[in-house]
Design a binder for this molecule. Sequence first.
Ligand code: NDP
Length: 300
Amino acid sequence: MTADVIDGKAFAADVRARVAEQVTRLKADHGITPGLAVVLVGEDPASQVYVRSKGKQTIEAGMASFEHKLPADTPEGELLELVEALNKDPQVHGILVQLPLPDHVDADKVINAIAPAKDVDGFHVSNVGLLGTGQKAMVPCTPLGSLMLLRDRLGSLSGLNAVVIGRSNIVGKPMAQLLLQDSCTVTVAHSRTRDLADVVRRADIVVAAVGRPEMVKGEWIKPGATVIDVGINRVPAPDKGEGKTRLVGDCDYASCAEVAGAITPVPGGVGPMTIACLLANTLTACCRANGLEAPQDLTA
Ligand code: NDP
């Protein structure tokens, strides 16, 4: 079997176009422009790339983008003051603090200082609680984008066996919650899981969010399963020239694609969905802040 390739890039472009359409309508009908503030502390090269890309796509969707770049040694108190100012700013409907933060900053404290209604990353403890109890929450963008790809591919997920590899607060745990809400039977695997290959082999849906290049092998995959590779790992690519690198996922794409029914590529799978969902969440936050109905179908 050769797996179908799940084209996250095209899917994300469609979501962004629908967001942009709603933004145009919001401006025309209500004179409101959704605004997203992104805070970057320090010079981490990967974070800089993400933030640049987020800013560009925010503007392309017709929204206002506010970037706050702070030096790596910014005291925690100063960061908290900035978050407080953004909480109060009526032009800002979504706030995203780019992770990781420098070691001297308590990331939980900063994330929990964001007004939950503006927490478009869905990391605030209130949104985590709302999601966990099946209430209306801001849902973390990467798991939400992954879920959208799964629903698009499979329709109903009810009754399917899903294995999520990874239990981080930003990907693994919320992904498991979303799959459970869609009535999957969910197993969450992690670094202490025994016989991981056997666990994965039982899954109709595999979501890999590990951060280990090409760890999941084709022989672990149940024939026909749907594989969502969240991993983004930069590895040396001597074939491209000295010092060159390339991006790979947490799944060994070549061998997994021989067995799976469908698989997301890296790049071009889950990655583009993350920013598309961020824009959708910002639009939702803006609508709610203005007492308007948020468009449901954008992240259905
Ligand atoms: P974390 O490092 O926070 O979590 C990794 C998880 O993988 C942990 O739960 C860890 O287990 C588990 N793990 C590590 N080694 C193994 C192993 N050998 N076997 C089984 N489980 C293991 O990573 P994130 O969740 O933040 O990110 C995961 C990946 O997703 C990374 O590659 C990251 O770059 C990518 N990512 C991609 C995004 C996108 O937009 N596409 C967005 C966010 C992340 P334990 O808890 O026991 O330590």
